[in-house]
Design a protein around this ligand. Sequence first.
Ligand code: GLV
Ligand code: MN
Ligand code: MN
Length: 413
Amino acid sequence: MKINDLRIDRKRLQKSLEEMAKIGATPGGGVQRLTLSDEDKRARDLLVQWLKGLDLTITVDEMGNIFGRRGGKNNDLPPVMSGSHIDSQPKGGRFDGILGVMGPLEVLHTLNENKVETERPLEIVAWTNEEGCRFPPAMVSSGVWSGALDKQWAYDKTDVDGKRFEDELIRIGYKGDEPAEKRPVHAYYEYHIEQGPILEKNGIDIGAPKGILCLHWYDIYLEGEANQVGPTPMEGRHDALCAASEMILKVNDVPEKMGGNMVATVGEIQNYPNSRNIIPDGVHFTVDIRSWDDEKAIQAWNSLQLDFEAIAKRRGCPIRIEETWRVNHAPFDENLVQRVLETADELGHSKLHMVSGAGHDASYMNQVCPTAMIFVPSINGRSHVEVEETTWEDCANGANVLLHCMIKAANDI
Ligand code: GLV
Ligand code: MN
Ligand code: MN
């Protein structure tokens, strides 16, 4: 068979996604596979079993990142890498992350069964803790691997129950020996669902993002004064939840004020003591700001901080702010992006040059090597929810684009 006619096995791709979706399946049709949970471990075990079946050289590094390497004709050349993540959001979807692991797995399967040799080695990778919902921040293990984040800092992160990242990594048996350190990579492709509405709305098969928005995370802690709600007059209260409420609306309003393609969200809140008849005396909430323009995102934060301090003062609620994490916007390698667009064309798919609003490990990989992503449509633009859905046909289309992008990159010399 001519190499250009090579296609992945769409039924096998569907089956692998369906098998993975059983691990942590939720009644609403999604998955809950929080990072370093028992479900994460079971999905990793299954992945490793499949990697072994493909005769790959498997390594697990100190962050629990799993690599599977298929040799090339010249194993001294840096490899072409593709991967994503296995972990999910609480009550998340069946495609976010895992499609970007099952996609390259299917590519390697296809190459093996067709006995296709490449000049360069090929590697599949599953990054630990992309979501960051259990152990903030997100993309932490590609961050450590790329040299942008400190390993010990990541190890010491705790979840809401006080469990440490490193302890949980050891508990599930995935703290490997390999150093979590960057090494030369020729090209990194990450295959992912779009997680937004653009492709579907425009009837487009394949998206090729020019890059990823910056991501800035903050944690806000407010103190109030608890008291019996009945006898305490409205005047003179120090209600931490009321202060937080005013702040949350400021966050919602900041993108319009700043302009540009900014989004800003408060997604997590804890209220203490959380009783209907006690005035709240403690609130923690998170702020997520994203933009293509890093400077604008900082300006938005500076303006919010002034608002927060004024609100806290007026309401007599002391405030503590943590600047938790920032990753700059990631403009991808233009040649690699171009190759995704061309490959989509060659395979007869419509394509769109766009932007990724969602964060991906590709953000940190972009700091190490030429990087690009391949997007396929999300039905109704829904993601991070149980109803997240992508058609099997779209899953196969994206995997075929990945297959040919990987073959081309693996034969670059
Ligand atoms: C990662 O899933 C994100 O928050 O975009
Ligand atoms: Mn993802
Ligand atoms: Mn996600």
